[in-house]
Design a binder for this molecule. Structure first.
Ligand code: PEP
Ligand code: MG
Length: 368
C-alpha cells in the first residue's frame, strides 16, 4: 500500500543514515541487478560469470575451447564468446549506472562444461573435425575426483590464460562503450577467484593487464579499473600481506572459506550437518551463520595483514553470510567496507548494518 511504502522508505532512509557498511548485491543478470537496486543495493559485489557460459547458445564454443589442444583453436572459440560477454557486461553496467560493479572471472570446476553423453561427445567431435575416441580420451583426462578442490578459479587461468584475457577484454570494452554513452565514472572491478598464493595473482594479473593495455591502444582511450581478489582459501588469509601487495581489493568468499576452513563440503551442508545442529554441537550451520571463532579469526588475520601491507585496500564480503544479520554485524566489527548479498537480502543487510552501529554505540555508553 502506498502509505506503507512511504513509511518504509522513510524508515529505511534513517537506517541508511546510521549504517557505516555499504551494501552491495550478488547479481549476474541485468534483471537481478535492477531488482537489487530497487531494494537499495549500492553496487554489485559479486557478478558471477559461470552462468553466462552455460547458456545454450554458448556451450558448444565453451566445450570446444576446453577440449582444444592448441592455443589457436582455443582463441577461435573465445573469439565467438567475446561479443556475448561484452554485451553481458554492458547491460549490467547500464543498469547499475555509476555504482561500482565487481565482475568475478570464471570459477566453475572445469569438468562441469564437458559433455557426458555419447551423442553430445559425437557432435562435439564432428564440430571440431576430430575422431570420437580421441575426444573421449581428452574428456576423460580432464575429469576430476574432487573438482571443488581442483581445476577451478585462477587455476583455470594458469592453464588457459586466454579465458581470463577474453573476459578482461570484454569487461574493459564494455566499460569504454558505457563511458562513451555518458557514464563517466565507470570503474569496473575485476576479481580473481580462488587465489591461495600471491604468485597466482601476480601471474594472472600480468596476463590481464597486458590484454587491457591492448584494448586501450586499439580503442585509443582508457577507463579506470581495479584488480582484486577473492579471499576464500585459508592460506590466502594467512598470507594476505603478500596478496595485498598485488590487489586493490579483497572480497571474502566465506562459502569456500567455510568449506575449506572446516573441511566440510558445501554440497553436503544440508545433510549430516543438520544432526550437528539437532545434537547441539553447532547452534547453526557454519554455512548459514559465519563462524566467528574460527572462520572469523581467519578473516581478522587477513584484514590485519592486508591493511598492514596496503592501507588503501578495499574490503568486502560476497559469501552468503553477507546477507545474514549476525554475520553482517561481525563484518561491521571487523571493519569491512561493504557486504554483498543476494538481491532479496539487501534490505535485511541494510538493517543489520545499522543495528550493528546502534549496538556498538549502546555498548560504548554502557561501558562509560
Ligand atoms: C564464496 O566462495 O563465498 C563465493 C562467494 O563464491 P562462490 O560461492 O561462487 O564459490
Ligand atoms: Mg567461492
Amino acid at each position: 500500500r502506498p502509505e506503507l511504502s512511504g513509511k518504509f522508505d522513510k524508515f529505511m532512509n534513517w537506517v541508511d543514515n546510521i549504517r557505516r557498511l555499504k551494501v552491495r548485491t550478488n547479481a549476474d543478470t541485468p534483471r537481478d541487478a535492477a531488482q537489487a537496486v530497487a531494494f537499495g543495493a549500492e553496487g554489485i559485489g559479486l557478478c558471477r560469470t559461470e552462468h553466462m557460459f552455460f547458456d545454450d547458445a554458448r556451450i558448444p564454443a565453451v566445450r570446444r575451447m576446453i577440449v582444444s589442444n592448441t592455443v589457436e583453436q582455443r582463441k577461435k572459440a573465445l573469439d565467438e564468446l567475446l561479443p556475448m560477454q561484452r554485451k553481458d557486461f554492458y547491460e549490467i553496467f547500464k543498469v547499475m549506472e555509476d555504482r561500482p560493479v565487481t565482475v568475478r572471472l570464471l570459477d566453475p570446476p572445469l569438468h562441469e562444461f564437458l559433455p557426458s553423453n555419447d551423442e553430445d561427445i559425437m557432435e562435439l567431435a564432428k564440430s571440431m573435425g576430430i575422431v570420437y575416441s580421441e575426444l573421449k580420451e581428452r574428456i576423460e583426462s580432464l575429469s576430476e575426483f574432487n573438482p571443488m578442490l581442483g581445476h577451478r578459479g585462477c587455476r583455470l587461468a594458469v592453464t588457459y590464460p586466454e579465458i581470463y584475457r577474453m573476459q578482461a577484454r570484454a569487461i574493459i570494452e564494455a566499460a569504454i562503450d558505457i563511458k562513451i554513452d555518458g557514464y563517466e565514472n565507470i570503474t569496473p572491478e575485476i576479481m580473481i577467484p580462488l587465489v591461495g598464493d600471491s604468485n597466482e595473482l601476480k601471474y594472472v594479473k600480468s596476463e590481464i593487464v597486458e590484454e587491457i593495455n591492448l584494448v586501450f591502444e586499439e580503442r585509443k582511450t582508457k577507463v579506470n579499473y581495479l584488480i582484486g581478489t577473492m579471499i576464500e582459501i585459508p592460506r590466502a588469509c594467512v598470507t594476505a600481506d603478500e596478496i595485498a601487495k598485488e590487489a586493490e581489493f579483497f572480497s571474502f568468499g566465506t562459502n569456500d572459506l567455510t568449506q575449506m576452513g572446516f573441511g566440510f563440503s558445501r554440497d553436503d551442508s544440508g545433510k549430516f550437518l543438520n544432526e550437528y545442529v539437532e545434537k547441539g554441537i553447532f547452534e547453526k550451520s557454519p554455512f548459514e551463520v559465519l563462524d566467528r571463532d574460527g572462520i572469523g579469526k581467519l578473516m581478522k588475520i587477513a584484514v590485519d595483514l592486508g591493511l598492514k601491507a596496503n592501507n588503501k585496500i578495499h574490503l568486502g564480503i560476497c559469501g552468503e553470510h553477507g546477507g545474514e544479520p549476525s554475520s553482517v554485524e561481525f563484518c561491521h566489527q571487523l571493519g569491512l567496507d561493504y557486504v554483498s548479498c543476494s538481491p532479496f537480502r539487501v534490505p535485511i543487510a541494510r538493517l543489520a548494518a545499522a543495528q550493528a552501529v546502534l549496538k556498538e554505540t549502546l555498548n560504548v555508553h554502557r561501558d562509560k
